[in-house]
Design a protein around this ligand. Structure first.
Ligand code: NDP
Length: 286
């Protein structure tokens, strides 16, 4: 019998990257399906990105994830960028097609949407959403919420210029309405809001006691409060929302589902989602 000792390779390029837990969930899914695939977590400085992408081609890798600081810069080295990754202006996942071409995708916002639908049981179509923050995570979440047909989308950000330019750009690219409001003092969430998303880095480890300054006293009882921050998974923000009797969705959900979508893009197979969730929880020690 002919044996095949050659593993298929995927991985993640970033800097810093040592604390990125994605490899744990992808490797758990490969093992569960008996696939001889490896996920390599590789520290790549900005000056090494071009060579790293040439290595993806030279090694015949099947795909790659990009994290800070490469999500925007990588686009110039790819053969094609999907339409929604172009709108978002960033790529977090590269897949290699049958001709060996590198295609850029963005699965962050799609992972978030899948969490809303699958874990929170909500269809965002026709809903009114507020997204806190205007960085990379916000761009991905706002784009996918707009494309999913939300009735109203308000972005709230501390830096006015950043928030205004993001909403102007996304409105022009999607031809869909998105509003902006500067974040001054405490932001009062209106009773009309159905979905509230913290897409800032407030509450991220090690600053775990920080909470976005929002007033939740006038919200509707079925408001869904979401956090993009996944370390820790139970942020102080989500704990406050739960204490106020509100429904919550943690950042692990977004992280797992962006990984599930990446797995599908790379292997063409459906991974065991519960195995991936459990591996991620173990990797994060929760
Ligand atoms: P960026 O650095 O691009 O953006 C950070 C955002 O947070 C900006 O809007 C910034 O506002 C805001 N912010 C930071 N500190 C404060 C503060 N003290 N008060 C008000 N606003 C503040 O980060 P990303 O968008 O890449 O990431 C944001 C978070 O999302 C991180 O915690 C990251 O780990 C998480 N994330 C989670 C993913 C998942 O799968 N769960 C995927 C991707 C990211 P300003 O413009 O005013 O500076």
């Amino acid at each position: 019998m002919t044996r095949n000792f050659k593993a298929e390779l995927v991985g993640c390029f970033g800097q810093p990257v040592a604390e990125n837990p994605t490899g744990a969930m992808q490797e758990a899914a490969f093992a569960a399906l008996g696939l001889n695939w490896r996920y390599l977590t590789i520290e790549v400085p900005p000056s090494g990105l071009a060579a790293a992408i040439r290595a993806v081609r030279a090694f015949g890798m099947r795909g790659i994830n990009l994290t800070i600081p490469h999500k925007v810069e990588v686009m110039r080295y790819l053969d094609e960028v999907s339409s929604d990754a172009q709108v978002i202006g960033a790529v977090n996942t590269v897949r290699v097609d049958n001709e060996g071409r590198l295609i850029g995708e963005n699965t962050d916002g799609k992972g978030f949407l899948r969490g809303i639908r699958q874990d929170a049981g909500m269809d965002p179509k026709g809903k009114r959403a507020v997204v806190l923050g205007a960085g990379g995570a916000s761009r991905a979440v706002v784009t996918e919420l707009l494309l999913a047909g939300v009735a109203d989308l308000l972005v709230v950000n501390r830096a006015i210029e950043r928030g205004e330019s993001m909403t102007r750009d996304l409105a022009a690219k999607t031809k869909l309405p998105v509003r902006f409001e500067p974040w001054r003092g405490t932001f009062a969430v209106s009773p009309e809001t159905d979905i509230l998303v913290n897409a800032t880095s407030i509450g991220l480890f090690p600053d775990v006691s920080a909470v976005p300054p929002v007033d939740l006293s006038r919200t509707r009882p079925d408001l869904l409060v979401c956090d993009a921050v996944f370390n820790p998974p139970e942020t102080e923000f989500l704990a406050c929302a739960r204490q106020a009797g509100l429904r919550t969705l943690d950042g692990l959900s977004m992280l797992v589902y962006q990984g599930v979508i990446g797995f599908q893009l790379w292997t063409g197979q459906n991974p065991p989602e519960d195995v991936m969730k459990q591996a991620l929880r173990e990797a994060l020690g929760v």
